[in-house]
Design a protein around this ligand. Structure first.
Ligand code: HEM
Length: 390
């Protein structure tokens, strides 16, 4: 089974080949103490590294440890292997400044100007209990029990310092992040991830995913505050959106309608302009009556880089089904996760366009949201966020 290194120049769980399962959780800090926050990040670093290597969260072997204390690992991953577990940490805008702009932990001057709450998008139906969080943790693994075990133990370690704000389970990765992976399907039944940034596209990863030293300097110069966000160099931004899909309506729509909405065929994933799955779409190619074969308001037409000043993103989302809604409809959809170098140029304009014009938006409801800055990788032996926690 796969074991990915926890340390390195970038955090694991971004260009790592997308695993099958997700447990994503966000946390609110419930302490006024900067020292407590630093201690939490240090403790999380140690436990996360251990769990990604297939070890228990705490130092004791299963069954060992003091009999009169709670076990330092909850136990349900005993006997399971690492299952490709990656644990990726993000810092939300509210870690740095609270809603009144107050500097909570002496970190306000470290907040990148780009790390701000996402704007309200057309048709947003966000539920507060599924939005935001001072800290976010993405745990991905090929075994759901391993992913849940990771979040559960990190939440347990945080007791008294941070509490879970919301969390989301996902299955059936809806993207591939390596050319070695086949393209999976989302709950609309379409291949998802065809045009995604793949780890092998090293130029695209550099230009679209990782924050550069120049970006950090530009960010600090752009804000009206004196900031030092150099800590984010080599990191990225994580956008999460819980997008409910109105499955029942979709399932009653014709195949023609479904393919028009996406701009690709359902079976092979080829663009409607022809070719095979990996053929570049030709948005100018006309069919009968000189109408473009790919509807200009289809999802692919509007999300394609040619319509977005060349912007792409590394998508790493998951399907979710949270039972049904009490009205006989599945509460199902896509937990969208994207990593971008710059949310202001790569995510926000695209989301505005899609929310306004995308044919697909009729079948979608965005119910959860958040933006986190994902610090770069952790050198071996160093704690998350640097020794002073910033
Ligand atoms: C492409 C589905 C939400 C951005 C695609 C494709 C499908 C799809 C089937 C074509 C295959 C591929 O290239 O991956 C969905 C579904 C969504 C959703 C079902 C919601 C439930 C979003 C959102 C964004 C987005 C919110 C960004 C704001 C993209 C991008 C592409 C894409 C950038 C690649 C376009 C290209 O380069 O051709 N999506 N998507 N999608 N989607 Fe989505």
């Amino acid at each position: 089974a796969d074991v990915y290194p926890f340390t390195g120049p970038h955090q694991a769980g971004i260009t790592t080949p997308a695993q099958d399962r997700l447990h994503f959780a966000t946390f609110d800090l419930i302490t006024d103490s900067r020292e407590a926050v630093v201690a939490l990040l240090k403790a999380w670093t140690v436990a996360a590294e251990r769990m990604t290597q297939g070890l228990p969260a705490g130092e004791f072997e299963p069954g060992a440890g003091p009999y009169d204390a709670p076990p330092d690992d909850t136990g349900e991953a005993e006997g399971l292997n690492a299952s490709g577990l990656t644990i990726t940490f993000g810092f939300g805008p509210s870690l740095f400044t609270d809603s009144d702009g107050a500097d909570r932990y002496g970190l306000a001057a470290r907040r990148p100007a780009l790390l701000a709450d996402l704007p309200h998008f057309p048709a947003d139906a966000l539920e507060d209990a599924r939005c935001g969080g001072d800290l976010a943790i993405q745990a991905c693994a090929d075994d759901p029990q391993v992913a849940v075990h990771a979040i559960r133990n990190l939440a347990r370690i945080a007791f008294g310092t941070a509490s879970v704000r919301w969390s989301q389970l996902g299955y059936g990765r809806t993207s591939s992040t390596s050319t070695a992976q086949t393209t999976p399907r989302n709950l609309f039944g379409f291949k998802d991830g065809t045009a995604n940034i793949k780890s092998e596209e090293t130029d695209a990863v550099t230009s679209q995913v990782w924050v550069s030293a120049d970006d950090s300097a530009a960010d600090d110069a752009a804000g009206d505050r004196a900031t030092d966000s150099s800590w984010l160099t080599g990191g990225s931004y994580l956008v999460a959106r819980r997008i409910r899909m109105t499955i029942e309506t979709w399932d009653r729509s014709s195949l023609r309608e479904q393919e028009t909405v996406v701009g690709r065929t359902k079976h092979t994933g080829a663009p409607l302009s022809g070719g095979t799955e990996l053929t570049e779409p030709n948005f100018a190619k006309a069919g009968r009556g000189d109408l473009p074969l790919i509807d200009p308001t289809s999802h692919v037409a509007l999300a394609h880089p040619t319509n977005n000043n060349g912007a792409r993103m590394l998508r790493r989302g998951y399907n979710y089904t949270d039972g049904s809604d009490g009205l006989g409809r599945l509460d199902a959809g896509l937990f969208f996760i994207a990593f971008v170098r710059n949310p202001a140029t790569q995510y926000i304009p695209m989301q505005n366009t899609l929310a306004r014009d995308d044919l697909m938006s009729e079948y979608l409801r965005h119910t959860g949201s958040g933006l986190w800055a994902v610090p770069p990788g952790i050198p071996a032996g160093a704690p998350l966020g640097g020794a002073d926690g910033a």
